[in-house]
Design a protein around this ligand. Structure first.
Ligand code: MRU
Length: 337
């Protein structure tokens, strides 16, 4: 399976997700500012993966020993606003740093590196557990529809939504996948289609506006997506287009599942309305691979995420089990389990 992000002696090595699937190139970050740039430019993306990247960025920054700890944390925290895993990972690094009173700079750096590597390893194990918990929800002999990329590339490995699909296949279910291309950044076409093809999981690529047609056809057994942040009431922020899918799924009686680790829960927020939505460059909409597809100077909106109200979410699968409505109760229970 693809190595999304790793700590090595040479620095933090990431597969360059802006160049997939045409090219498998790797970026080596040797400073925390390079890690921040890589997160911003989506060289590494996906909520759990940017959490791991931020933790490794903190470790690099501490080892560099040039800037203060809070400058390092703030720089990494200012890269992308929506996925809470980024802030969760920085906070975890902060807590470890605070526990190291009296340690030498070399000892602190070593401990930071260990913690970042630990977060990466834990993420892989968490994705496996999400997969196991979610696999039983996937109906046999049916098609699973997914959006964006919530796979190995969006995590330290295995994936959340794609983890559920992988685990269902590993358990012997005969399923196939419909992958939305996911305009404008094309994570579905470039990343999910590539990842599933590598695993020989039968996959059909569709454009986003075809989803309703197929949901109505009766062939889709369930929708499984990832999440960037889940509020205390079960509202889910995920890649733009998720909300439309959820409404279409409910209209057609198709279960809509969200797969995400507990680190994606933000129980400090009572509803999804409080989740900050990243606005990205208009060029992502007006251009496709550098080629203009719209008139010059057209007004553009490019929110990277939307919020799906909890009433459309059939269940939230995490590493500790399957949360069902009412989410105010079930998410708290999962978080404290
Ligand atoms: O903008 P991206 O590519 O970082 O957005 C990714 C998503 O929306 C994923 O669905 C989400 O982070 C879950 S990844 C396991």
């Amino acid at each position: 399976m693809v190595e999304t992000i790793q700590w090595t002696d040479a620095g933090v090595v990431m597969i360059d997700q802006t160049r997939l699937p045409r090219e498998q190139a790797f970026v080596v970050c040797t400073t925390y500012r390079e890690v921040a740039d890589a997160i911003r430019a989506m060289v590494v993306r996906g909520a759990p993966a940017i959490g791991v990247a931020a933790a490794m960025g903190v470790a690099l920054g501490v080892r560099e020993g040039v800037d203060g700890f809070e400058t390092i944390c703030d720089t990494l925290a200012r890269t992308r606003p929506t996925a809470v895993n980024l802030f969760w990972a920085i906070e975890r690094m902060r807590r470890v740093r605070a526990s190291l009173n009296g340690a030498t700079p070399a000892q602190v750096a070593q401990r930071m590196i260990e913690e970042a590597r630990q977060i990466r390893l834990e993420d892989i194990a968490i994705c496996r557990a999400i997969g196991r918990n979610g696999a039983e929800l996937v109906p046999d002999h049916k098609t699973v529809l997914t959006h964006c990329n919530a796979g190995a590339l969006a995590t330290a490995g295995y994936g959340t939504a794609l983890g559920v699909i992988r685990a269902a296949v590993e358990s012997g279910k005969r399923i196939d996948v419909y992958a939305d291309e996911t305009r404008p950044f094309l994570q579905g076409a470039r990343l999910t289609a590539w990842e599933l093809q590598q695993d020989n999981i039968p996959t059909t690529l569709i454009t986003d506006n075809m989803a309703g047609h197929f949901l109505r056809s009766g062939r889709i057994g369930c929708v499984v997506v990832g999440a960037d942040r889940i509020a205390g009431n079960g509202d889910v922020a995920n890649k733009i287009g998720t909300y439309s899918l959820a409404v279409l799924a409910k209209e057609n009686g198709v279960p809509f599942y969200v797969a995400a680790p507990v680190s994606t829960f933000d129980l400090t927020l009572s509803s999804g309305d409080e989740i900050p939505i990243e606005q990205r460059s208009p060029a992502e909409v007006t251009h496709v691979f550098g080629v203009p597809v719209a008139p010059d100077d057209i007004a553009v909106a490019n929110p990277a995420f939307d919020v799906t109200p909890a009433r459309y979410v059939s269940a939230i699968v995490c590493e500790r089990g399957v949360a069902r409505p009412p989410y105010e109760v079930s998410l708290k229970k999962m978080a404290s389990a």
